[in-house]
Design a protein around this ligand. Sequence first.
Ligand SMILES: Nc1ncnc2c1ncn2[C@@H]1O[C@H](COP(=O)(O)OP(=O)(O)OP(=O)(O)O)[C@@H](O)[C@H]1O
Length: 432
Amino acid sequence: MTLPEPKEWLLDEENELRIEIDFDTKVKLRLVTGTAEVFGTELGQNVDYEFSGRKIAVFTWHGCKILITGTCSVEYIANETPMLSYLNTHIALEQRRVLATQNNKAGPRVLIVGPNDVGKTSLSKMLLSYALRQSRQPIYVDLDCSEGSITMPGCLTATPLTEMIDVEEGFGSSATSAPTAGSAVMPLAYYYGFPSPKDNSKLYSLLLSRLAQSVNRRLEEDEAARTSGIVIDTNGLIDATGYEIIAQCIKAFSVDVIIVLGHERLYADMTRLHQKSGVAVIKLAKSGGVVERDTAFRRQTQNQKIREYFYGTSKSELAPYSTMINFHDIEILQVGEGSLAPSSALPIGEDRKVSETHVVNVEPSENLLHSVLAVSNADKRVEPDILETNLAGFIYVSEIHDARKKLTVLSPCPGRIPKKFWWLGSLKWAED
Ligand SMILES: Nc1ncnc2c1ncn2[C@@H]1O[C@H](COP(=O)(O)OP(=O)(O)OP(=O)(O)O)[C@@H](O)[C@H]1O
């Protein structure tokens, strides 16, 4: 098979090469001369980076030459970007970090808000990468339960970052719940199990508070993290529920900087609601490169993420372990079953809010096949504490042997699964 001819791209200073690569295609990218970065992480010269199923921007401050091998579905150079304003924001945050270090105070606690597909996650990556490039050790808080930049969709996570975010793998390589992936950094993950905070707002709010407590404790104990601060990435909700979540975040994480991305009215509201309490509200423009992702693309990204959790990437492959487990050795739990039912169908005396955090047992059956379950770190089932217990990792149900009362699961670690309480959410994956 003959390899396609590499295509050469010459970028002037402050230009951006925007490319989109389909899931069934692999594209190699190489920086030949000059300097360039992908969402804040610098590219090495003459290193081949491989991408599949991604939409990315290669930005250069001083000009560069890039070689692309393979077919991109979209490829063009843009000379208008909001990168300078993003860099200025970083410089302002860095000044706060310097002051924090001098006075032994807390660094900036930044909340990024905006509607869906405005580049919140990309901006979080850039601000975190720039901080890491200045030897800071910020904490990345991911409240976007639909995406799961760090572990799996359905989680709320906090990750102390110490190493640069990988160009090819994104946050996935900076931290993983799979101990075998050889990562030095483990995220703290709580299981929510739904794609939108609206699906079970009581549980979402409970877990947000729990996560904030853990992050605040970490900031107290870890000086480098304290002075570096935190960056909080949110879901795209900007209605009444979204505003409630934002208000809760500001209080729980003591947010002192809100960045509103690509939404005038939200900026005006945030200024009106929060500036008087001493929070700096910054408006930043959405990059013209940010791509709207439809449900099918998001679903494929999710599948890719799950696959990488168990099998790794082409750069660092993993071999998951297959284990057979007796039904009676585990307890499969689900939260808030009642929240899916109309109020009239709830038991008398039980209001919706209570049922939203009600834990129910799920009998193992064929229905579990292809489910991705979250393994709780809890040793005992005490309610409501078990809801607020962090996760040990994830397993995938590959086979159900109903007659033998057993199931086969894939896990990233060898041997017995150490914990018996497993959360069932809505996440399914057909292993390919
Ligand atoms: N400048 C750019 N050029 C090309 N693609 C980009 C650029 N900025 C972001 N993207 C891509 O656009 C998509 C949406 O960006 P991102 O995930 O940052 O938005 P978001 O606001 O966090 O979305 P949501 O909250 O809906 O999950 C991503 O696939 C991202 O890689």
